[in-house]
Design a protein around this ligand. Structure first.
Ligand SMILES: NC(=O)c1ccc[n+]([C@@H]2O[C@H](COP(=O)([O-])OP(=O)(O)OC[C@H]3O[C@@H](n4cnc5c(N)ncnc54)[C@H](O)[C@@H]3O)[C@@H](O)[C@H]2O)c1
Ligand SMILES: CC(C)[C@H](C(=O)O)[C@@H](O)C(=O)O
Ligand SMILES: [Mg+2]
Length: 352
């Protein structure tokens, strides 16, 4: 029996709806296994801008720092998306959180579900054996390099900068993850064009000697985008930079059947953060339409990280059983369509 304090940042759009289902499922895990989860809510994103003027108020950051884990919904609002001149933006809250907490590794697992193969745009035989982990660098690269405007605003730039230690720690995580899986690591980069990518290759090649059992290969990101569609089963662990990982993980979600299925964990040396990879889907907000599974599976990753692996597995089994019954939210095009709330109820009930 253990007690855990979870900083809960449900954010904007569909964030609060999907987080509510994650909490429902975590409370059911608590009942079943004898743990207590305390959820402390704090604002982030557009709601935080409205309340305080900041997308990541100090109180929210402090709460995160003293919690056992962070459960994050999504941020983003069209009024900022459609206003390029906005100086304060919801996304800055998420980026600052990642940077301040040193969450340099973003793990995004992608696997096919047998019962959802028909949703994939790929032929069923191409989906066979799809089971990969994207290890995305999260606190460096073009997201955090110097950016700005000059020439009276008519020239704009973003800089992609990586240091050797930044590359070493994420590539180490990639090698180790591959060692616990099918022992294959693919570094995805653009080393034929970008100097920062050439440093990634140099460092990764040097490190390969420490991992003689891991098969290492290199792939350019444009080819990787094609290979993910042509032959996704070839990948085990992909390690890549911040922006390439962002783009390739959304693309891979289509293989699983829906963006609403893909969870993630963001980890570093302090507290970990667990969030679906999707955004705030503003058009779907408040309509009981969002798929909560990405968030519920992020809760499972949180339990793994807290050392509660059998509890995490119990959530995954409950999700699989619910999907196998043919029930799902609208994005899954199910035999029996249910809303966000009911999907959460069914998964929680499958845990009993
Ligand atoms: N981590 C985050 O919080 C995060 C991630 C991506 C985008 N965003 C923000 O979200 C806002 C909207 O961005 P977007 O439209 O490009 O991406 P999005 O992920 O919000 O939505 C893209 C599409 O994916 C589908 N989708 C997403 N989540 C779903 C779910 N749970 N269930 C079913 N379908 C789902 C919808 O069809 C939606 O139209 C923007 O402000 C963006 O900056 C935030
Ligand atoms: C909202 C945005 C800043 C974020 C990112 O680009 O990292 C999102 O797309 C994600 O994948 O978590
Ligand atoms: Mg993204």
């Amino acid at each position: 029996m253990s007690n855990f304090n979870i900083a809960t940042l449900d954010g904007d759009g569909i964030g609060p709806e999907v987080i509510k289902q994650g909490i429902k499922v975590l409370n059911q895990v608590g009942l079943k296994f004898g743990h207590t989860f305390r959820f402390d809510f704090a604002p982030v994103g557009a709601v935080a801008i409205d309340e305080t003027g900041s997308p990541l108020p100090d109180d929210t950051l402090d709460l995160c720092k003293r919690s056992d884990a962070i459960f994050f919904g999504s941020i983003g609002h069209p009024r900022f998306d459609n206003d390029p001149s906005a100086k304060v933006r919801p996304e800055q809250g998420l980026l600052k959180l990642r940077k301040e907490l040193g969450l340099y590794a973003n793990l995004r697992p992608v696997a096919g579900y047998d019962e959802l193969t028909h949703l994939s745009p790929l032929r069923p035989e191409r989906m066979k054996g799809v089971d990969m982990l994207i290890v995305r660098e999260l606190t460096g690269g073009i997201y955090f390099g110097e950016k700005g405007r000059r020439d009276g605003g008519d020239t704009a730039y973003d800089t992609c900068l990586y240091t050797r230690p930044e590359i070493e720690r994420i590539v180490k995580m990639g090698f180790e993850a591959a060692g616990n899986r099918r022992s294959k690591l693919t570094l995805v980069d653009k080393a034929n064009v970008m100097e920062s990518s050439r440093l990634w290759r140099e460092v990764t090649r040097e490190m390969a000697g420490q991992y003689p059992d891991i098969e290492l290969n290199f792939m350019f990101v444009d080819n990787a985008a094609m290979q993910l569609i042509l032959n996704p089963a070839q990948f085990d662990v992909i390690v890549t930079s911040n922006m390439f990982g962002d783009i390739l993980s959304d693309a891979s979600s289509v293989l699983a059947g829906s963006l609403g299925l893909l969870p993630s964990s963001s980890i570093g040396s302090q507290v970990g953060m667990f969030e679906p990879i999707h955004g705030s889907w503003p058009e779907g907000a408040g309509q009981d339409r969002a798929n909560p599974i990405a968030t519920i599976l992020s809760a499972a990753m949180m339990l793994d990280h807290l050392g509660l692996v059998k509890e995490g597995d119990a959530i995954r089994v409950a999700v699989n059983a619910t999907l196998a019954s043919g029930t799902g939210t609208e994005d899954l095009n199910p035999k029996k369509k249910v809303g966000t709330e009911e999907m959460g109820d069914l998964i929680a009930a499958a845990l009993k």
